[in-house]
Write a protein that binds this ligand. Sequence first.
Ligand SMILES: NC(=O)c1ccc[n+]([C@@H]2O[C@H](COP(=O)([O-])OP(=O)(O)OC[C@H]3O[C@@H](n4cnc5c(N)ncnc54)[C@H](OP(=O)(O)O)[C@@H]3O)[C@@H](O)[C@H]2O)c1
Length: 188
Amino acid sequence: MPHKRKRRLSGHVFIATSLDGYIARSNGSLDWLSTHAASADDHGYRNFIRGIDGIVMGRGTFETVLSFDAWPYEKPVVVMSRSLTHADVRADVIDKVTVTDLVPTAVMEMLSAKGWRRAYVDGGQVIQSFLRAGLIDDMVVTRIPVLLGSGLPLFGPLDRDLRLKHLGTTAFRSGLVQSKYEILNPFP
Ligand SMILES: NC(=O)c1ccc[n+]([C@@H]2O[C@H](COP(=O)([O-])OP(=O)(O)OC[C@H]3O[C@@H](n4cnc5c(N)ncnc54)[C@H](OP(=O)(O)O)[C@@H]3O)[C@@H](O)[C@H]2O)c1
């Protein structure tokens, strides 16, 4: 009988990459993303965000979001960082954000105990560590038709292969190509 770990909170990725697999330039810039993704179509983002209880993101992504004109989330945000504390969070977002230095499994247990059922996991390094820990159920990856040549990668080293099931692909008029994958063997 295959071992199935009991976990009530599922992890979901919804992210855009360049065709060569980068989520940001090396300096964190998303200029290439706004140029190519500018379209009236939100490519399923609002529908996705409606279905989640909150967002777990890395400190790198949090710092980028802080540079936006306005805080873009209505749902709770948990920032994973070993260098920041809650006291470092800017006053205008302090009631919207929790900072934690827990490891991924413990973060998911904490959020599950709070009643979360579906978590949006965001940020390249954080997604990679959640994938390694078997905490991602599915991923929606939207490829932007641009080659950056270098940058911050979505994926990285794994201890073993993760097999995926392709659930579907949509080619948008904007040129973006969005594929959804389920992780078939999340647990070691
Ligand atoms: N294209 C897109 O759709 C998209 C989506 C999201 C983000 N981004 C971009 O991606 C960039 C950030 O991605 P990133 O890969 O550099 O960083 P990230 O995953 O957002 O953040 C990484 C940081 O999170 C902290 N952390 C705490 N626990 C961790 C753990 N278990 N595993 C990994 N990190 C942990 C560490 O910061 P401490 O040193 O503080 O511990 C680490 O340096 C930003 O430029 C953002 O704009 C793009």
